[in-house]
Design a protein around this ligand. Structure first.
Ligand code: C5J
Length: 219
């Protein structure tokens, strides 16, 4: 077992039964011209964590911790995109519209790819999800169960949307979850701060948080 100096208390895990889930580190959220920017966000805040996420992935690979990736993406015919999701707000471009990186938030388009710096290894699963949570309408739960995974380390974007939703879904399913504080980011710094606080409040109501340095120092 390894023990991390996390908040609100120490987080213990066995690398053999732990998986890193890297959430939505895709061009649609991180590069100009994608879904994130179409919604009016400054995407440079998210791009800044790419080196830290890269280090986290490398550390997990070197410890034999399984690495899984997710992408938020829809089928080209948008049959898995609720009309309400497509209609919502007043974006510059909607899901499925043509953009500079191909159709916005559509699986198979260049903009839906994971950023090149974080390219998955061929054996690492990439779960394409139509919702914010990675357990909704995906094979993730069965994959984790089949692999005997009980603990999840989480990273990715955005902290209060897809990361938090996934962590709550995982917590409700009985997973012990650790979110790496400097390997997640939001377009809104105050939302990131509030999300980290609410996760670890009440004795870790949703799980634990720790910086990457604390994970690397785990003994
Ligand atoms: C959003 C995500 N923010 N990956 N998706 O729409 O957090």
């Amino acid at each position: 077992m390894l023990v991390v100096a996390a908040a609100p208390s120490a987080y213990s895990f066995d690398p053999a039964t732990t998986a890193l889930v890297v959430i939505d580190m895709q061009r649609d959220f991180i590069e100009p011209g994608g879904f994130g920017e179409a919604l009016g966000n400054d995407v440079s805040r998210l791009a800044a964590i790419v080196p830290t996420v890269r280090e986290l992935i490398a550390w997990c690979r070197s410890r034999g911790i399984r690495v899984l990736h997710t992408r938020e993406g829809h089928r080209p015919d948008l049959t898995d995109c609720p009309p309400a999701k497509r209609r919502r707000g007043a974006p510059k471009a909607r899901i499925g519209d043509a953009g500079p990186m191909g159709r916005i938030l559509v699986d198979g388009e260049p903009g839906n790819d994971i950023v090149p710096e974080l390219r998955p290894e061929p054996e690492e699963p990439v779960i394409v999800k139509p919702g914010k949570g990675a357990f909704w309408a995906t094979p993730l739960e069965g994959m984790l169960r089949d692999a005997g995974v009980t603990h999840l380390v989480l990273a990715g974007v955005t902290t209060e949307v897809c990361v938090q939703t996934t962590m709550r879904e995982a917590n409700d399913r009985g997973y012990e979850c650790l979110l790496i504080e400097d390997a997640t980011e939001s377009y809104f710094p105050e939302f990131k701060r509030a999300t980290l606080e609410m996760i670890r409040a009440q004795g870790g109501i949703v799980g634990w948080t720790a910086p990457l340095a604390a994970l690397r120092a785990a003994r």
